[in-house]
Design a protein around this ligand. Structure first.
Ligand code: WTA
Length: 587
């Protein structure tokens, strides 16, 4: 593919001045030496991220600018972040949480999410995040598999937890964030008494917790956080990351996102997704920049307003959002003073050349696409301020990462040849393991390569171009959705007997979820039933994982062993050749 490269004239000095020189001479060992360890020589990512900054000249610098849906504002300095996370650490210790215990956060983007995450890491427990869009089924799968001991959530989300709590015998305590007590607590005013239910309130516990915390001295390879993500088959898998993931997250934040400690940085991702953890909490705070978090919904005018108000300099977002902004027009952009912006980046799904160029037209800056996965723990292929962009390409490997396009035998294929996108294992943010599923972890490797599960090609200049997933995983509005999870939710509906789910290309969302559904005998297809099914999946599984399109069918294509052939459903939907159908049963 050939697109006209964007040659940039930079009016700032990027962190990565000479890509090739840095790439060739890069060493994680040298980088690791720049990190400050705990006084006893041990390591803790949360210490490096907030305590080091709370002890140096950044002590009173704002780390978090938070704005809620209703316009409420909260600012937390690095020192406050450090003390609040210390208190969370003690709060959890008071509940007998220890090293390696799993503490999950089922929270919208509120300030507590950020300092609780750090507090969990500080005591050596493993932090897990859950999207606030999740319904009872999605929650149960994740909390059960991880054997979470503590869940921190809100009164608004609690009813979904209540539905499944009896199935989670190892979930010892559910803590609800009493937002109404937040301000009082921050001002050290009087607090409400704790409730006496099957949950307990957060701020009264915070009140009792000490500010001084003895941080857990960890090995860099100890687990720090985990996220559930979807594959083609089976339940979601728990991807576990180690404390030293911070090293690669910090380096990539510096080189790819070009973060400097003078930046006001805005990442629009939710920490229920790995991007929100790696580049809202860890990599970027590690550099000492200020981070903006907006707790409200997507709204173009509000987004521009935030950039203007907080004088955002670096903005990291996703293709669907960019396409939606583009659809709302360039005229709207012109109403705001967005001159603070210096660097724009995007992740999560293919960024089409039109979207890259729209950035140039609307903001005078192109969006820099970058590529990674929950499993890679940090950006692995990227476009950089100092390199020309070839619109439509994901860019070049991040210093420290060796990427290649290989065939099914593990041999590199030549330029422009399609193959499996693979990485050389060993970078610090590569997943440590898949929780309780060692065989799944092993399945990621071919010879001495880590397989991403994506198809790509490389051009003669070493730029990587995304082609497609090699499996059935769906990417809708940047969210990774496993067809199996949606199919399971569908067949639990009383009127459905079988379901096959595919990702259907969509100009706005990248892909949309389409379900082919067979109804039980006597059930009649109707538009009303479609809506009923959609609502059911939204409520049961997750708000974002419901099929926007449903087609009723009498029969689904299956292999002779009874597996639904999604590949055929997709080929038929797109009018493509059906390919090898030798394993197909009569259809
Ligand atoms: C896809 C997201 C094309 C890819 C941080 C990958 C992309 C999956 C890009 C991981 C990109 C991510 N261009 N495709 N720039 N970035 N993907 O785990 O299929 O939610 O394997 O992590 O998203 O999704 P995940």
């Amino acid at each position: 593919m050939k697109t006209k490269p964007i040659v940039k004239k930079l009016n700032f000095e990027p962190n990565l001045k000479d890509y090739q020189k840095t790439y060739d001479s890069f060493s994680y060992f040298d980088e690791a030496k720049k990190f400050e360890n705990l006084p006893d020589g041990g390591f803790n990512a949360a210490y490096t991220v907030c305590d080091v900054n709370a002890q140096n000249f950044r002590k009173n610098k704002v780390a978090l600018y938070w704005e809620g849906e209703e316009g409420e504002e909260i600012k937390l300095t690095f020192q406050e972040l450090s003390l609040l996370s210390n208190k969370v650490g003690n709060l959890l210790k008071n509940l007998e949480v220890g090293r390696g215990d799993r503490v999950f956060l089922f929270l919208p983007r509120i300030p507590e999410l950020y300092f609780c995450f750090l507090g969990i890491l500080k005591i050596g427990a493993i932090a897990g995040t859950l999207f606030s869009a999740f319904g009872p089924q999605a929650l149960e799968d994740r909390l059960k598999n991880s054997d979470a001991k503590i869940l921190i959530t809100t009164p608004q989300l609690y009813p979904r937890v209540q539905k499944i709590k009896q199935n989670l015998p190892n979930l010892k305590t559910v803590i609800l964030i009493d937002e109404e007590n937040r301000t009082a607590f921050m001002k050290e005013a009087k607090l409400k008494k704790p409730g006496k239910n099957s949950y307990t309130w957060f701020y009264p516990l915070m009140e009792k917790a000490l500010e001084k915390l003895h941080l857990a001295s960890m090995k860099p390879t100890d687990p720090a956080f985990m996220l559930y993500t979807s594959g083609t088959t089976g339940k979601p898998k728990g991807v576990v990351h180690q404390h030293k993931a911070l090293l690669h997250e910090c380096i990539s934040a510096r080189y790819v996102l070009d973060i400097k400690d003078t930046d006001v940085y805005w990442c629009t991702a939710d920490p229920g997704w790995v991007t929100g953890i790696a580049y809202e909490i860890l990599g970027t705070w590690c550099i000492g920049s200020s981070t903006l978090v907006y707790g409200g919904r997507f709204d173009p005018a509000k987004w521009y307003d935030l950039i203007q108000e907080y004088k955002v300099t670096v903005w990291y977002t996703a293709p669907t959002a960019i396409r939606m902004l583009a659809a709302s027009g360039t005229e709207l952009v012109k109403k705001y003073d967005l001159s603070s912006l210096r660097h724009l980046a995007s992740v999560g799904e293919p960024l089409n050349p039109e979207a890259v160029n729209w950035g140039q037209k609307a903001f005078g800056l192109p969006f820099h696409d970058n590529y990674w996965q929950t499993e890679t723990g940090g950006i692995v292929i990227a476009n950089y301020p100092s390199l020309d962009i070839k619109p439509g390409s994901m860019g070049k490997p991040v210093p420290g990462i060796k990427a290649e396009v290989i065939n099914n035998q593990g041999q590199p294929v030549g330029p422009y040849k399609e193959g499996n996108l693979a990485l050389k294992p060993g970078w610090p943010s590569m997943m440590l393991k898949i929780w309780r599923r060692p065989e799944k972890y092993q399945s990621y490797f071919l010879k001495n390569w880590y397989l991403t599960g994506d198809k790509a090609f490389k051009d003669e200049d070493g730029y990587f171009w995304f082609i497609s997933r090699a499996d059935d995983v769906i990417k809708t509005s940047g969210e990774r959705v496993g067809p199996f999870e949606v199919e399971s939710a569908l067949v639990s509906h009383p009127k459905i007997i079988e379901a096959g789910v595919i990702g259907k290309p969509d100009p706005l969302r990248g892909e949309l979820i389409k379900a082919f559904v067979t109804l039980k005998k006597g059930e009649k297809p109707s538009e009303k039933l479609k809506e009923e099914i959609q609502t059911y999946v939204k409520k049961h599984l997750a708000g974002h994982a419901y099929p926007r399109e449903i087609e009723f069918t009498d029969k689904l294509p299956k292999t002779r062993s009874g597996k639904i052939m999604r590949r055929l459903l997709k080929a038929k939907e797109l009018g493509l050749p059906l390919g090898d159908t030798s394993t197909l049963e009569d259809y």
